[in-house]
Ligand binder design. Structure first.
Ligand SMILES: C[S@@+](CC[C@H](N)C(=O)[O-])C[C@H]1O[C@@H](n2cnc3c(N)ncnc32)[C@H](O)[C@@H]1O
Length: 253
């Protein structure tokens, strides 16, 4: 670690003990969720339903892991697929610049969504990043969809997983059981919207998930039996503003 990196790590480790900072970040998260803040952004022209802080964390993870496949459940308008594809394109550019031989398979993103709306599919397929994107329509936990996902993943060495579809406990737990094992060692399985557990009931927005039934409760249950993953708390301690507290799961075994 360089001196600068040590200073960053020390600041990040101090963050959770900084009560005014944590309180103001939590207050911002609560009021920004009711203002639908995460719906206001786009990446390379496609709407992405994420907080900018989480996208910065994903950029840091992707640079560190250098995945050749990113699997994402939950496509919506396609912004997160385009983000991942553009990061993988940059990794390929960097490999070319350093003289690392191109792998036989180009890095790519595999997205799964139960309902890929025709206008979203058309816009994603017309995007300059489209050649790096494969989409599968169907429930992320349906056996026939999982079979296709596993077939794709079998050809790749470094796999990163992002779960951002239906946010009920049972669905995310089923996704974790199916997709987390595809995460390769030292890579991450990122579970979005774990923040639901920390929100007041009035912010549930009439959704089937809520306090006690959400991605964070699914993560906690999954981790009881899966010690090959650890929550990388340093990421949430750095971000403070994130929809994925306890959702950055690092595969350590
Ligand atoms: C929060 S959005 C995804 C946002 C996207 N990852 C982004 O960052 O822009 C959730 C998506 O999950 C999809 N979805 C809901 N239930 C699903 C399921 N059972 N299987 C797969 N996708 C599902 C919805 O159709 C919706 O497009």
């Amino acid at each position: 670690m360089t001196k600068f990196e040590k200073e960053v790590a020390a600041r990040v480790a101090a963050n959770p003990h900084n009560e005014p900072l944590c309180a103001s970040a939590a207050a911002f998260v609560r009021s920004s969720i009711s203002a639908m803040y995460s719906y206001n952004y786009s990446w390379l022209g496609r709407p992405v339903i994420q907080y900018p802080q989480d996208m910065m964390a994903m950029q840091e993870i992707i640079w560190k892991v250098k995945p050749d496949l990113i699997i994402e459940t939950g496509i919506a308008h396609g912004g997160s697929l385009i983000f991942s594809a553009s990061m993988l394109a940059l990794l390929d550019v960097c490999d070319a610049g350093t003289g690392i031989a191109a792998t036989t398979l180009r890095r790519k993103v595999l997205g799964i969504d139960i309902d890929i709306r025709p206008h979203n599919r058309a816009a994603i397929e017309a995007h300059p990043m489209a050649s790096r994107i494969q989409m599968i329509q169907g429930s992320s936990i349906a056996p026939e969809i999982l079979e296709q996902v596993k077939q794709v993943a079998a050809d790749y060495q470094r796999v990163l997983v992002c779960l951002d579809s239906n946010h009920t406990h049972d669905h995310v737990l089923a996704e974790l059981k199916a997709y987390a094992p595809l995460t390769t060692r030292d890579s991450y399985c990122v579970v979005f919207d774990t923040i639901v557990e920390d929100l007041p009931a009035e912010l549930a927005f009439d959704r089937p998930w809520g306090h006690g039934n959400n991605p964070k409760t699914a993560v906690w249950e999954y981790l009881k039996a899966h010690h090959e993953f650890e929550i990388d708390k340093s990421i949430q301690h750095k971000l403070l503003i994130t929809v994925a507290p306890d959702g950055f799961l690092k595969r350590v075994v």
